[in-house]
Design a protein around this ligand. Structure first.
Ligand SMILES: O=C(O)CCC(=O)C(=O)O
Ligand SMILES: [Fe+2]
Length: 346
């Protein structure tokens, strides 16, 4: 992974501002700015899941669900979840609205362009400044409510989009609170402590992603390897695969399309709370030359002033810090952040 010290201002992408996705509608070949060299993109799948190892599929109604979730978080930091309870029509409506959004012209989408001072709306993925090359992706970020940004794009017709987002947001929040309950219980964290991490102490964010058809997918990256700054992340990868999760000592695994499941991964916050017992899943997105891929992601995070520190051990492996501090550090240090806040052993 090549990182850039200057947050991209002088990178070889030249003219394209750091927050602005490529206008994929007019692209026939990959521009230099979006072509990743072999050494950079590490695009080889070292293990495609053909061995007996595979990302667990967990049934939320299984009597042993707590242990299954605990083991999956320890081994993978991710799993697919069935019988998750989010109604199918809510996911389908969100898929329709996500496509409607990204199918708009560049000019329409740019009306809600994200800026440094206004971190919601249309734009490139937040990790873009850390890399010389650009990703084959465009995104739409929502904190709390999408109304202000949606109004910029559809002044008279924003309600359908906002309703679809709100329903997905509410359902995802409830589901993740169940997963927090189960995983905290697995870790032996008390009920009182659990209350600190849900309800009014949580904040949700939604990321809609679009990965257009790519003429040379082996040269491009949808989203480069990263971990999420969340407690749990919930993801609907629609009908096109592309998400890959890294497993230590085994390599990259493509998350298969499993009907009626959502993908769940643990993020940095739960990794810290569990004192590194749960992995924060390293994951990335590949693109393809056949089908436009969309994904809808919900990040369950604490509120900014909340203090994040290990909850499960007398030998904490991380120092305590507010979530606000953690986010600021991650925006600066990206994949080095967890090791920077690690408590050094004597
Ligand atoms: O599109 C995907 O499958 C993953 C997206 C993702 O990792 C993210 O938005 O953080
Ligand atoms: Fe992610």
């Amino acid at each position: 992974m090549s990182t850039v010290e200057n947050h991209g201002e002088n990178s070889n992408t030249g003219i394209l501002p750091i927050n602005l996705p490529l206008d994929f509608s007019s692209i026939q070949s990959i521009p230099e700015s979006h072509a990743w060299s072999e050494s950079n993109n590490d695009n080889q799948i070292k293990n495609n899941g053909s061995s007996s190892l595979a990302l667990p599929i967990i049934d939320l109604n299984d009597p042993n669900v707590m242990d299954q979730i605990g083991h999956a978080c320890e081994e993978w930091g991710a799993f697919q979840l069935k019988n998750h309870g989010i109604p199918k029509n809510i996911i389908e409506k969100l898929e329709v609205e996500t496509k409607r959004l990204f199918d708009l012209s560049k000019e329409q989408k740019m009306k809600a362009l994200r800026t440094l001072n206004y971190p919601t709306g249309y734009g490139t993925v937040w990790i873009t400044p850390f890399f010389q090359q650009r990703m084959w992706q465009e995104g739409f970020t929502i904190h709390d409510s999408p109304v202000d940004d949606a109004k910029k794009i559809w002044p008279d017709d924003y309600q359908i989009f906002c309703d679809a987002i709100k329903k997905f947001q509410d359902e995802s929040m409830l589901l993740i609170e169940k997963l927090i309950h189960l995983s905290f219980k697995y870790l032996g964290i008390s009920e009182e402590e659990k209350e600190n991490w849900i309800g009014n102490n949580h904040a949700g964010a939604i990321q809609l992603n679009s990965y257009p058809i790519c003429p040379k997918p082996e040269k491009a990256m949808g989203i480069v390897a990263h971990t999420d700054t969340s407690i749990f992340t919930l993801l609907n990868q629609s009908q096109v695969s592309g998400l890959q999760v890294f497993k230590d000592d085994a390599g990259w695994f493509t998350v298969p399309l499993e009907p009626n499941t959502v993908v769940i991964n643990t993020g940095d916050v739960l990794h810290i709370l569990s004192n590194a017992r749960f992995k924060s899943a390293l994951h990335r997105v590949t693109v393809n030359s056949v089908k436009h891929r969309y994904s809808m992601v919900y990040f369950y995070r604490p509120i900014m002033k909340h203090v994040v520190a290990p909850l499960v051990s007398n030998n904490p492996r991380f120092r305590a810090l507010t979530f606000k501090e953690y986010v600021a550090m991650k925006n600066k240090h990206f994949d080095k952040t967890l090791s920077i806040i690690s408590v050094k052993e004597d």
